[in-house]
Design a protein around this ligand. Structure first.
Ligand code: ADP
Ligand code: MG
Length: 390
């Protein structure tokens, strides 16, 4: 029997459309002999849909026909089965899945939110666990963890929006100490949304005002001026990691913008449309360091599935910094695995197979006790409940 894979995508995130592109690409490359694909599309207002028409990119151009032909569903657990049931009175069964494959990007989805739901109902799923996904999405906590294990990161500072509005002078003094130019980023977004470079305190005010629209946590980093940007993808788990080819990404602007990333050609190409050079023009020593650091980041955050670790290299000082991990990278980084000898269908197959294996291994650990401690003697009656009495 073919394995039924529920591909989950979309959701309430600024990277909604990118997720649609990544998911459609993946569904079109999955081995149909081995897998039954069940698309699960979450709209921006959190309604879940399924139906085979969701495997085609054109349906997303016309939301009305999507609503008309796709079925509104909920993903539930029933008698140890994972079902998509029709939203409404009778909860009619529409489809069954064996494993979930979230292909989502950005906050509210990639940050552990969707993982939490999947974990709660207990379905096996492809990718990192909740913690890795959450840390990977928060540029502040991610940097704090990197610092702790000695992974090189760019000098930075951070603040909450109210700390800034309450004491702008202090923040400006701190940024002065860090030294201009700086790059201002909302802490939990992605795809360069809300990011800007500031060369002085006037520009800082502008860029912070922009970033604050998106997030209550703001990061300010030193700009790496003689920049080479390279990315390396990693698959595996905490025991074993494999790295892809390394790409060098090019930008016509000061930094890679949303448009650079996704509109450099046909939009439906997703990340594959970015201007890139594979393999990156770096020397052997740099290559080894990138591979080493990529695996280290992956292990430190206990990531899984396919991730992409992004680096900033200062050409002058030859220093390598980790910029950020992407726990569900755009286009699942398939274009980095193809040159590494792993065509897209094989990559997807590896990811699903490993997720099932890891799920089985994890199921051997003890998660709950059969005994109900609430039923034990001494806890009987209201006496035992003293602790929760207020
Ligand atoms: N410290 C930096 N110095 C120079 N350029 C940077 C720096 N940080 C980020 N960039 C540029 O900005 C882009 C977006 O920043 P990034 O931290 O990757 O945010 P996102 O999560 O939105 O992808 C990067 O791809 C890179 O081009
Ligand atoms: Mg990035």
């Amino acid at each position: 029997m073919r394995i039924r894979v529920g591909v989950i995508f979309g959701g309430t995130t600024v990277e909604h459309e990118i997720s649609v592109i990544s998911a459609v690409q993946a569904m079109n490359h999955m081995d149909h002999e081995k897998y039954d694909i069940v698309p699960i599309y979450i709209t921006k207002d959190r309604v879940w849909y399924t139906g085979h028409m969701l495997e085609e990119i054109d349906i997303y151009k016309d939301f009305n026909s999507l609503k008309k032909y796709a079925k509104k569903v909920n993903l539930v657990r029933k008698d140890n089965r994972f079902l998509l049931t029709k939203a409404g009175l009778f909860n009619k069964e529409v489809a069954e899945i064996d494993i979930a494959f979230p292909i989502v990007h950005g906050n509210n989805m990639e940050d552990g939110t969707i993982h939490g739901y999947l974990q709660t109902i207990g379905i096996p799923y492809v990718g990192s666990g909740i913690l890795g996904a959450a840390i990977g999405q928060d540029k502040v906590v991610m940097k704090q963890v990197m610092n702790d294990v000695g992974i090189p990161i760019v000098p930075y500072l951070w603040f909450f929006d109210t700390e800034y509005t309450g004491n702008r002078e202090q923040v400006e003094l701190d940024v002065n100490k860090l030294g201009y130019p700086v790059i201002v980023k909302p802490a939990t977004l992605g795809s360069s949304v809300g990011i800007g470079v500031a060369k002085n305190s006037n520009e800082l005010r502008e860029k912070v005002a922009e970033a604050i629209k998106y997030d209550n946590k703001i990061v300010v980093e030193k700009v790496i001026e003689n920049l080479i940007e390279v990315n390396c993808s990693v698959i595996g788990n905490y025991e074993h990691q494999e790295t892809s080819a390394i790409e060098e990404v090019m930008s016509a602007n000061e930094f890679l913008t949303y448009l650079d990333k996704y509109a450099g050609g046909s939009k439906a190409k997703g990340m594959a449309a970015t201007n890139r050079i594979i393999p990156a023009r770096i020397n052997k020593k740099e290559e080894e360091e990138i591979i080493d650091l990529s695996k280290k980041v992956f292990r430190t955050l206990n990531l899984g599935g396919v991730c992409r670790i992004d680096f900033l290299i200062d050409k002058k000082s030859e220093k390598i910094y980790v910029n950020e991990p992407n726990t569900i990278p755009g286009s699942l980084s398939f274009y980095l695995w193809d040159p590494a000898g792993k065509p897209y269908p094989e990559l997807l197959d590896t990811l699903i197979t490993r997720a099932i294996k890891d799920y089985k291994n994890k199921a051997k650990k003890t998660y709950s006790f059969d005994t109900n401690i609430l039923s034990l003697a001494g806890l009987k009656g209201t006496k035992g409940l003293k602790g929760i009495k207020k």
